[in-house]
Design a binder for this molecule. Sequence first.
Ligand SMILES: NC(=O)c1ccc[n+]([C@@H]2O[C@H](COP(=O)([O-])OP(=O)(O)OC[C@H]3O[C@@H](n4cnc5c(N)ncnc54)[C@H](O)[C@@H]3O)[C@@H](O)[C@H]2O)c1
Length: 260
Amino acid sequence: MTKRFQDKVAVVTGSASGIGAAVSRMLIEEGALVVGADIGEAAQTALAADLGERYIPVSANVTVEAEVKDLVGVAMERFGRLDLGFNIAGGGRLSMLMEMSETDWDFTVDLCLKGVFLSTKHEAAAMAPGSAIVNVASLNAHVPAHGFSAYTSAKAGVEMFSRNAALELAGRGIRVNCVLPGLVETPATGPFVSNQAILSAFMERIPAKRPAQPAEIAAPCLFLASAEASYVSGSSLLVDGAWGTTGYPDLRTWIGEFKP
Ligand SMILES: NC(=O)c1ccc[n+]([C@@H]2O[C@H](COP(=O)([O-])OP(=O)(O)OC[C@H]3O[C@@H](n4cnc5c(N)ncnc54)[C@H](O)[C@@H]3O)[C@@H](O)[C@H]2O)c1
C-alpha cells in the first residue's frame, strides 16, 4: 500500500517529547522526512537515535524568530522543499491570575502563541501550493480552569490564529487547521496523571475515563495534513474523549504544587 506521506518533508516543533515525538514517529512510518525542532537536547539525541536518518534533529527555540527561520532553512537546504508543518511546541506556567507575574504570563503566551505564529509564518514562506499546516492548541482554548488563564488565553489565540492563517494562506494553496487535545499522557502532564487525587478529579469529568496516548492525538494531526482532508481548512478538531461536554474539575487545591 502506498504510504500517505512518501518523501514529503515536514517540520515538527516540540518534536522531542510527547505529542510532537508521536507525530514525528508516525510521519516517518508513513514515509515522510522530518525536520524536528526542540530545545531539549538530550531528548532530541535519544529520539534521533531511535527514528534514524529520516529524522533531522534541530535545536531551535520557537519563540525566537531567527531560530525559526533557520529551522525552515534546514528543511530547504537539505531537501529543497517543505510540504507539512506541525506546530506543537507549547506548555506553560500555572498560577492563579492574582498571583501571576508578568514574566510567567509572557513565558506562556510567547511559547504557545508567538511560537505558532512564527512557525506558521516561516513554514508558509517556504511552502508550495498543496501544503498543509497543523497547529496544536488545547481543549483549554474553549474551557477555562483555575490557574490556567495565560494558557487558556494563549490556546484560544492559537485556534483563532489558525483560522486567520487559513484565510490568508488559502490564496497560496496552503491549508491550516488546528487540533485541540484533552488530557494526554506525556511528560508535561506527568505531575497531574501521577497524582491519584488529581487524576480522580480529572476522571470524574472525562467521559472516556482515561487520558489519551500521544499516538491518539498524532493520528488526527496526520489526517488533517493528508490528502484525505484536501478541502478541510480553518477547522478545529477536538480530540478529548468527550471532555468538552463536561468542563474542568476545580484545581484550586493543587494549583500551588505546579507554580514554577
Ligand atoms: N499533554 C496534554 O494533555 C496536552 C493537552 C492539550 C494540549 N497540549 C499541547 O500539546 C503540545 C505538546 O504537549 P506535550 O504534552 O506533548 O508536551 P511535552 O512537554 O511532552 O513536549 C513538548 C516539547 O516542546 C519542547 N519545547 C518547549 N519549549 C520549546 C521552545 N521554546 N521551542 C522549541 N521546543 C520547545 C519541549 O522541550 C518538549 O520536548 C503543547 O502545545 C501542549 O500545550 C497538551
